[in-house]
Design a binder for this molecule. Sequence first.
Ligand code: NAP
Length: 484
Amino acid sequence: MSETKRAVVLGAGMAGILAAIKLRETPNVDVVVYEKSDRVGGTWRENTYPGLTCDTPSHHYTYSFARNPNWSSYLPPGPEIQSYFEGVAERFGVYPLTHFGEECIKAEFLNGKWELEFASGHKDSAEILIAATGVLHHPSMPNIEGASDFKGALFHSSRWDHSIPLEDKRIAVIGSGSTGVQICSALAGKVAQFEHFVRTPQWIMPVDNTPFTAEQIASFQDPDVLAEAMDFEGYAAAVNAYTEALLDDQSEMAQQMAGACLMNLEQSVQDPELKEALRPDHKAMCKRLIFSPDYYQAIQRPKTRLVRSGIKRIVENGIETEDGELHELDIIVYATGFQADRFVRPMDVIGRNGVSLNTLWADYPKAYLALSLPDFPNFFMLNGPNGPVGNFSLVEIAENQWGWVEQLLEPVLSGTASEVCCTAEGMITYEARREEAARKTVWYTGGCNSWYLNAAGIPASWPWTFKDFEVAMANPVWADIDLR
Ligand code: NAP
């Protein structure tokens, strides 16, 4: 019988909860989870802005082993997602494994183990280290002149200040990604004045987000009815078709998606001037596609304005735009996105022979299949760099990734090897192949800038179909793996 190994999971968001549950069920593994905040949930704990919704169909935004029949609508609202993850963590015994308020600041592989240091001064060591530290968690704050002069409230969308009542306020939201659009849909027409500052209009795909009826929810309690409603085959086909469209902007599917977005704009916006102001200048799907049932309706509500003029500066009572107008405001929200190149950082990760993650990622983050790094043994990132982020269920992605990690860990857990990671050659060859494919995707050819592009201007995402991803996760290429 092989020795028990210790595994540390960093982060108790969706991926960390998954890893903890899976490792807990693995024989000969002692697992402990460290979470920097005081609650599980990751993204869904941090983001609480009005209108917060996930654009993946709710029934598919669940672990395969813990379906949820109780979602209130087709697209899951943020607070329900947070409750779902808290419930799963409770049900599958994640809480007793988790230390809250512990931020890992350094991990170094020394003498066959990861030696871990925490901001609190706590130390630990483990043979296996899983970084489930999230993707978009460091806010990107725009450098706007005068921001510190503003006398009202100013905060990032992921740091919403719920102490401020909104109804009687003049509110500006800067940014038109999924976040800015969702906040606009939630608040426009319901506050004293709502101004949406849009530098680059986005394509909006219409989606029906009708709440489920009480009868439907009751029927979903039967797993067979739920499975039928989830239509796994149809869903998989749709996801695959969507990824095919991303890979070829001339494909029929890409044309259909673009057509649906164009028709949405043409039919939903009445005022010709507003319609032109909302018309994107890049190809549909170049930026992460926004699914919204009501953004165009929201921006046309009373006491609501689209602002296309550039921001000149922030002054004590509002925003001054390039056209000379002063927009008087009580609240400014930066829906300006996140630093998408952080991943496990700012933690200092040092692999075999002193090789550091920051050196390896000096130009931009990369990893073999988004999961493994050469000379970082038994270290795996869930939802690491260049993985299939997009309009899909990150839960399903993490579960597929775990399938790959599990296979790699098998020799270590069975005692036939003690260290496993990709080879340097494997990663270089993989990344070259990935980059070549990424340059053919609409993220590159579509004529836009977005957080999908890395510092070298190359799309930082999985540039093949979702089917290809599932196949890659199920079938590790052992020639690319360094087992010692
Ligand atoms: P984002 O997509 O990166 O959008 C940031 C927005 O801020 C862009 O419109 C950008 O304009 C604007 N911006 C940035 N700096 C600016 C400046 N200095 N002045 C004016 N405008 C500025 O960020 P996000 O909306 O938070 O979304 C990030 C990601 O989170 C999404 O792509 C998605 O993956 C995820 N998300 C998902 C959901 C969901 O429904 N599943 C919901 C919310 C977020 P430019 O385009 O001109 O750069």
